[in-house]
Design a protein around this ligand. Structure first.
Ligand SMILES: Nc1ncnc2c1ncn2[C@@H]1O[C@H](COP(=O)(O)OP(=O)(O)O)[C@@H](O)[C@H]1O
Ligand SMILES: [Mg+2]
Length: 439
């Protein structure tokens, strides 16, 4: 059975995560026995959270009532959130995820489809929701309770179980900004506690925030969820994934892929795409993996560059004190693993102030602390920063060099290709020689 949001071609690329998948399975088996905890997965951006959720969604779709919500897609006023939640329940129950969800983003459409398919509970909830939404003073808590409880009712009716996958869960906190809601997690908990047939499997990128929601004793859902961190791929996983993406690499080259990407699945994916293009255009060349990596990190066209840029700017936007934070990061980009006192000396600020900044950087997932020393969590991001150490604007010269390099390379390739009919690898390599210093 092919899911619209997770086609078979993509599912085939899915690699490992055996351990986490078995935890999901165990948790679902326990649900049937009335035991077990809900699950929460957290990890860096693009480390594979969504992939894991969608993969296990595709494994569960036939046996239980399964829905998938992406809170980065949902509106985050109570009304918009409730409509999204309701519509997605309708979509997943009525279609089992087989068609495009587009039409289902409309409450009235879902109600009609539910009536056609004799899903009376879904239809009636939709009607109740519409009635409330038409009022001038909407009871926001009431509509939230309507949707939070709906899937459990469906599961009871069908004498089955329900699994709710919620991606980027931390976004739900936006609802705290509304006066009637105040504490959305408490409201969520109140509903969760009434449910015996529903398992929540949630994920999110904001590690610190999720840790606070899940593991802090003062959180309303403390003790209800097990938190698991999603780590980069091991060397073996990297080899397996690389093999699926690109056939022609030697073991040494695969090892380079692993070393350069640190096993981060999205970096592996982008690097292999770039390698495929290079292989197609220029054939094999010396130090091919390194060159593809530098291109990915440094060129405007590089997916890794775009990703680093995105992560860097949104992470700093979330933390306060942009200028100081950037200075600290630049110091650490040059020398990872410094102590508080060392950083404070380099940046010429008191340790108290620096400590606050460092904690901010840990909170937004840029740094980690080990044995009193601070490190970049993502070494590729560190390398990227090192390349553009003066920020966005001075990025242009480097970019220009890279672009020239590429266009020169292409020109040369064109010339050789037309003059000789075949590309001479040695000449291309000369042009493409890039000086990189990676540890
Ligand atoms: N287990 C995996 N198997 C194969 N590819 C993966 C896996 N995890 C992640 N990827 C690759 O990395 C990309 C980003 O993963 P994604 O799950 O979207 O990250 P996140 O949700 O953590 O931001 C995916 O599009 C996919 O190409
Ligand atoms: Mg995701």
């Amino acid at each position: 059975m092919e899911l619209y949001i997770y086609p078979t071609s993509r599912k085939k690329l899915f690699t490992n995560r055996e351990h986490l998948r078995s935890e999901i399975k165990i948790s679902l088996n326990q649900l049937e026995k009335g035991r077990g905890k809900h699950l929460c997965f957290c990890g860096l951006r693009k480390i594979g959270k969504t992939e894991l959720l969608k993969y296990s969604l595709s494994e569960q779709i036939l046996s239980s009532q399964v829905i998938y919500l992406d809170l980065e897609e949902a509106g985050l006023t109570p009304e918009a959130f409730v409509k999204y939640y309701y519509c997605m329940i309708g979509y997943w129950i009525l279609t089992k995820g087989q068609v495009s969800p587009q039409k289902y983003h409309n409450v009235n459409f879902v109600i009609q489809e539910a009536i056609k398919n004799n899903e009376t509970t879904i239809a009636n909830t939709g009607l109740a929701l519409n009635t409330e939404l038409e009022k001038i003073n909407i009871d926001q808590r009431y509509i939230l309770e309507l949707v939070f409880g709906l899937l459990e009712s469906v599961a009871i009716e069908k004498n089955s179980f329900a699994v709710v996958f919620i991606d980027e869960f931390q976004e739900i906190l936006q609802l705290n900004n509304f006066r009637q809601i105040k504490n959305i997690i408490a409201l969520f908990r109140a509903n969760l506690q009434k449910q015996n047939r529903t398992r929540y499997i949630i994920a999110g990128s904001a590690t610190r925030i999720l840790e606070n929601i899940i593991c802090d004793a003062s959180s309303p859902i403390f003790g209800h969820f097990t938190l698991r961190h999603i780590e980069p791929f091991t060397k073996e996983d990297t080899f397996e994934f690389t093999d699926k993406l690109i056939k022609r690499l030697t073991d040494m080259e695969k090892y380079m892929v692993y070393k350069l990407t640190g096993g981060h699945p999205y970096y592996i994916y982008s690097l292999c795409n770039r390698l495929e293009i290079m292989l197609e255009r220029y054939g094999r060349m010396e130090e091919m993996v390194k060159k593809a990596f530098v291109f990915e990190v440094c060129s405007k066209e590089g997916d890794i560059n775009m990703h680093c840029n995105y992560v860097f700017s949104i992470s700093l936007a979330q933390a306060r004190g942009y200028a100081s934070l950037r200075t600290i990061l630049l110091e650490l980009a040059q020398e990872d693993g410094l102590k508080l006192s060392q950083i404070s000396r380099k940046v010429q600020r008191g340790t108290g102030e620096i400590l606050t900044y460092l904690n901010n950087l840990i909170n937004v997932d840029l740094l980690i602390k080990r044995d009193k020393k601070y490190y970049f969590k993502d070494q590729v991001l560190r390398y990227w920063l090192l390349k553009f150490r003066l920020g966005i604007e001075p990025m242009l010269p480097t970019d220009r060099i890279m672009n020239e390099l590429v266009s020169e390379l292409e020109e040369k390739y064109q010339r050789i290709a037309t003059e000789l009919g075949v590309a001479k690898q040695s000449e291309i390599q000369d042009v493409e020689e890039i000086n990189i210093t990676l540890e």
